[in-house]
Design a binder for this molecule. Structure first.
Ligand SMILES: Cc1cc2nc3c(=O)[nH]c(=O)nc-3n(C[C@H](O)[C@H](O)[C@H](O)COP(=O)(O)OP(=O)(O)OC[C@H]3O[C@@H](n4cnc5c(N)ncnc54)[C@H](O)[C@@H]3O)c2cc1C
Length: 300
């Protein structure tokens, strides 16, 4: 059953989008609409030994002026991270910064963010969007990587091309976050079955943990987390050779448990007023997330 379309038909998503942040429903996955709210969450997570990557929500922004504002907002965020001495870096989406309409504008915006991050010895990760953007995202990454080594990118195990991409990126010593992939993709380019996506994830994880540059293994999936721990342990790799990453609001006790066990664990903390597309992707991933929304809507 397509739960998200059912919610749309019942107009429940538009109710959530109007009331969402006020009623706290969207807060399950989003740290708030303002930078201050998000920074308070970072402080709380850091106190628990959890590292953070902060994401200002937004994608497919058109217009030089608007994308320029996004890059200024990221620079402000980097300033605050440095000022408050937070254990946090940032994640960005290239279509938030101009990739959809002008690659040169996007690169200029990224340059500003990367220079600001360099001043504070900080790191910037480019999130991976739908397959329409895979090639252009990797091209922009490669161009920026020549000058900026405080940059990383994301590879999706659902895509058939990912093995080849990881080979090239590993040779270039790029920092990679490995995920399954959050977008629906056609069978011609992407594995469709969870078994195949997991199998590819394990293959790529093993390559990254043994040869990669401080890879991020980003999943909530017990099978994949345990396989990563077992692989690293059997090969004698130290726990800090990689980090685990999970999304804000998901498996929070488990995140704390991994930190207690001595693993580097980073929470992906998104915030900002444009939270609906991100929120819908989280609903599409797990029936339990939809149930959470329904329960909370009808509680009121
Ligand atoms: C830090 C981070 C960054 C990401 N960045 C990107 C990106 O740039 N581009 C992109 O396309 N995607 C990104 N994603 C999303 C990713 O691609 C997946 O869509 C998402 O992580 C869901 O896949 P999963 O492996 O976590 O678990 P799923 O496939 O959703 O679930 C698999 C199994 O994991 C367990 N599980 C999952 N969630 C829970 C839970 N809440 N509680 C208990 N058990 C659970 C269950 O056993 C479940 O059956 C990111 C994910 C993370 C964690």
């Amino acid at each position: 059953m397509d739960w998200v379309n059912t919610l749309k038909r019942l107009r429940l998503l538009s109710i959530v989008s109007t009331l969402g942040m006020k009623t706290g429903i969207a807060r399950r996955f989003v740290a708030g609409e303002s930078m201050e709210e998000a920074l308070q969450e970072v402080e709380e997570l850091n106190r628990k030994g959890i590292l953070v990557t902060l994401d200002i929500l937004g994608e497919n922004v058109m217009g030089k002026k608007d994308t320029g504002e996004v890059s200024r907002e990221y620079c402000k965020l980097l300033n605050e991270i440095q000022k408050r001495k937070l254990q946090a870096n940032i994640s960005v989406k290239l279509t938030h910064l101009g990739l959809d309409f002008d690659r040169t504008v996007c690169i200029e915006n990224m340059e500003k963010i990367l220079k600001k991050a360099e001043e504070g010895h900080n790191f910037v990760r480019i999130d991976m969007e739908g397959s329409r953007y895979t090639q252009s995202t990797l091209e922009v990454f490669s161009e920026l990587w020549k000058k900026h080594k405080n940059l990383g990118v994301v590879i999706q195990s659902m895509l058939r091309r990912s093995c080849e991409d990881i080979q090239k990126l590993t040779e270039a010593k790029a920092r990679i976050r490995l995920v399954k992939g959050a977008y629906q993709e056609p069978a011609s380019i992407a594995y469709q079955e969870m078994g195949e996506i997991r199998k590819n994830f394990i293959r790529l994880m093993e390559k990254l943990v043994s040869e990669g540059n401080y890879p991020a293994i980003a999943t909530h999936d017990d099978i994949l987390i345990q396989r990563t721990q077992k692989f690293a342990h059997e090969r004698g790799f130290p726990k800090d050779r990689f980090e685990f990453q999970m999304l804000y609001g998901l498996r929070t006790r488990f995140q704390e448990e991994l930190a207690r066990q001595g693993y580097n664990i980073r929470a992906y903390v998104p915030y900002g007023p444009h939270w609906l597309p991100y929120f819908i992707r989280r609903l599409q991933e797990r029936r339990e997330n939809v149930m959470f929304i329904l329960k909370n809507l009808f509680k009121r």
